[in-house]
Ligand binder design. Structure first.
Ligand code: PLP
Length: 490
């Protein structure tokens, strides 16, 4: 039998016994982290976690208490030095943002308040709303559009496809896929990010439901192929419901012909979704505004603030023109989540009515503080700077006879390889370039990533880094050439 009297005489909490000690430690942590960020350029981009560090991170479940300052020492020795590196000026792998110092502090504030931004009349609900409204403004979406902040592009894209699916047949929510007598299909170029295919799998449509439309020489969706596939599917009695256009493909940064996709969607009565994970924000840059303006015609848009808005992980955004369709795809009102007219359970429409997640952290605070700190013009300039740096890298690659570009640069991604001579076959070149990439990482020099285009392996530099400078790209070229020569000699 539970002896509650004895337990209640010895009530405990997770708050510190000594607040002064915790305060001192917190000041130390903030000082250390600001020093760390200030001097990050001097650190290697990446260091392989040592065997000792890995062993220290693989221990039995703690039973006895440990002093917070000793835990922090463990963090400094076993975790901090072995970071991924995306805060470093020479990190350009995958598409990963850098974060900012004020946003670090915003995370501290958000975690201190620790609101679950699901329901209720509290400030975080309004900050979320404000940030969504600013996102609409940044991308030219109408004020009456709906939206939600999510963990990232993958969840923003699946949210879009769920809304699109329900817009096609509202009974789907209750009856499942049986509500549509035949296969529902959607269209996306062969360069589209795999998260969209995964979304179709998770939604029960299956990956075959994603028609991988051919691309042209610039890796943009081929409109003739799109039209033909829609016609074939209709003739076969299938149910086309959505086209996903890319505002910046993950491999090369290609922007699909969005205006033409919009026109086809309009004529064919299909949902037009844009995956603009990073590229959508290039719409802020005057030179890219025209190509990206048709985003405004899309029924929905997915993009990340942790990519080209430089926010710390995680924060992505989903916007949708038809607010009612957004709500009707997710709304539910169980008895324990009723909204009230007054009191804490009042406030904005709960976010659970707009997405899969119920519990949600206060991710909007870092965005709200950062936009206020810098203003949108600064972000516009930084995105433009990243694009200019990528064209500069392209010019350096073109000047180096032993380097070869996979495709002309169009935005912030450059894919290239070291090609010492014409005689080397694809397999040997792939092996050589993979070896160069691994050495760039292992020597802590820089961190691009890789991709395979047309069967060939390329070093891939994706620039969403506000810390990079012109000379960082010069170093990338020089290091690639030096390592390539070294490997050839060995
Ligand atoms: C074009 C594109 N779409 C979707 C995603 C997935 O976004 P996330 O990693 O935030 O889930 C990415 C990630 O790089 C991307 O480049």
């Amino acid at each position: 039998m539970l002896d509650f009297n004895r337990i209640l005489q010895n009530e405990e909490t997770l708050d510190p016994e000594n607040w002064d000690d915790m305060r001192r430690l917190s000041h130390q942590m903030v000082d250390d982290m600001m020093d760390y960020l200030q001097h990050i350029r001097q650190a290697p981009v990446w260091r392989k976690p040592t065997e000792l560090a890995k062993a220290n991170l693989k221990k039995d479940l703690p039973t006895a208490p440990e002093d917070p300052s000793s835990i922090y020492e463990g963090f400094k020795s076993d975790i901090l030095p072995f970071t991924k590196g995306n805060i470093h000026p020479r990190f350009w792998a995958w598409v990963q943002g850098t974060g900012t110092p004020l946003a670090v502090l915003a995370e501290l504030l958000a975690a201190t308040m620790n609101p679950n931004v699901a329901i209720g009349d509290h400030a975080a609900m309004y900050v979320d709303q404000q940030v969504i409204d600013w996102c609409k403004q940044m991308l030219g979406y109408p004020a009456e559009a709906s939206g939600i902040l999510v963990s990232g592009g993958s969840i923003a894209n699946i949210t879009a496809l769920i809304v699109a699916r329900n817009a096609y047949q509202v009974k789907l929510r209750k009856e499942g896929l049986h509500a549509v007598p035949g296969q529902m299909v959607l269209y996306a170029s062969s360069e589209t990010h795999s998260c969209n295919v995964k979304a179709a799998e998770v939604m029960g449509l299956g990956s075959n439901a994603v028609r991988k439309v051919r691309v042209n020489g610039q890796f943009q969706m081929d409109m003739d192929d799109l039209r033909q596939r829609i016609a074939e599917d209709r003739a076969a009695g299938l149910h086309p419901f959505c086209v996903v256009g890319n505002a910046g493909t993950v491999n090369t940064g290609a922007i699909d012909p969005l205006a033409e996709i919009a026109a086809i969607c309009e004529a064919e009565k299909l949902w037009f979704h844009v995956d603009g994970a990073f590229g959508a924000l290039a719409k802020l840059v005057p030179e890219y505004e025209a190509a990206l303006k048709p985003i405004e015609q899309a029924d929905s848009l997915a993009f990340d603030l942790h990519k080209w808005m430089y926010m710390p992980y995680e924060v992505g955004c989903f916007l949708v023109k038809n607010a009612e369709m957004h709500r009707s795809a997710f709304a539910s009102q169980p008895s324990y989540l009723l909204s009230h007219e007054r009191g804490l359970a009042a406030g904005p429409d709960p976010y659970g009515n707009y997405g899969m997640e119920l519990s949600r952290g206060f991710k909007s605070l870092k965005v709200w503080m950062s936009l206020k700190e810098h203003g949108i013009e600064k972000f516009r300039r930084l995105i433009r700077q990243n694009i200019a740096q990528t064209f500069y890298l392209e010019s350096l690659i073109k000047k180096a006879p032993l380097l070869e570009l996979a495709a002309p640069v169009t935005m912030n991604i450059a894919c290239f390889r070291f090609k010492p001579n014409e005689g080397m076959d694809t397999e040997a070149l792939n092996h050589l370039n993979k070896e160069i990439l691994m050495r760039l990482h292992e020597q802590g020099l820089s961190a691009p990533s890789s991709t395979v285009i047309g069967g060939s392996y390329y070093i891939r530099m994706a620039n969403v880094n506000h810390r990079s400078r012109k000379d960082d790209f010069e170093a990338l070229v020089a290091d690639t050439l030096r390592l390539g020569a070294e490997i050839m000699e060995s």
